[in-house]
Write a protein that binds this ligand. Sequence first.
Ligand code: SF4
Ligand code: SF4
Length: 375
Amino acid sequence: MSKDNLKGGVNEGGNSVINSVTNGKRDGERDGERDGKIDSEAVKRQAIALGFHQVGIAPIAMTLSAAEQNAQAALQAWLAQGFQADMAWMNSDKRQDIRHVMPGAKSMICVALNYYTPQQRLKGRQYAKISRYGWGRDYHRILSQKLKQLAHWLRSQPSPPGNEAIEARPYADTGPVQDKFWAQQAGIGWIAKNGNVITRRYGSWVFLGEIITNLALAGDQPHTAHCGSCSRCLDACPTAAIRAPGVVDANRCIAYHTIENRAAVLPEAIAQNLQNWVAGCDICQDVCPWNQRFAQESDIEAFQPYPGNLNPTLTDLCDITDAAWNQHFPASALRRIKPSMLRRNARAALAAHRPSPSRQHREPPSSIPYDKHPV
Ligand code: SF4
Ligand code: SF4
């Protein structure tokens, strides 16, 4: 991280490490409550000092902004189509309006951590594929620790004259926060056609975190979208889970099924298209030109892969014991995938290699019953 990164300069689309502070007032912004440039910049400097790779701020108006209304409508349409599968937590009032999470919230501080490491998977049909997010130490722990430190620092700051004490509530993929929407509003990146947030600096290999605060801070410009006419992710998805640009149907998504689906058997239309994925799926990120061009190695040592997570074999995972699972996946986000699920996924991936008349490529049914999928 160079010293220049701390200057707050901004490129087109707000993709600098520290997003610039906007001078204009936004829709619904409260008169007399903006603390101005100095406080926002102080928050951002602290975030960068704690090791976050990007930070931006989105103001929260007293009432829903036009952008929030649009996001709310999009979420409701997604839910109405059942694209959340059995992730009931997606259908929460709090997720629809951040003011239900913290009445009096005035700012959303959004951060990103780059987790890319340069290792590549071995090629060969014997190897199981594990999504990059799960290669190293559980990102929730790394993100939470840094967010808690930032929130603690915020609370310890003197509140503006006449204002209540500073509240700061951190979220590390752990609460009813539309993290991708707020990341775009804070200028971190844009919600891409594959449903992920893409940053100009790191591609989409980032973990997102937020702090909701009652501190009024000057905000950044929302990030503009830069997918253009590209459709590589839509074309590459083996289960046609990206139903429209930015709209991912969890029912069809390999990541949902390998991580969240607790059924004893995977739906056949998913199983036969696993392409050796047993824990998540990176296909729609691997093919993205932004990732191919801008991925850079994370400086966070904890994200370096555990040796066994890179190239396990399907046959080994088919029969992995609970004890071996426990030993093999220490402090890893992959622990969400219980040993029976991992065995199920590996067996299904292996079975998909065998020719069978009943196992022809088929369009997945829309009723197949997602988390680390890219929505
Ligand atoms: S994670 Fe895999 S299955 Fe899900 S939308 Fe992306 S390419 Fe498709
Ligand atoms: S592959 Fe193309 S369309 Fe898909 S997210 Fe990347 S840039 Fe956007």
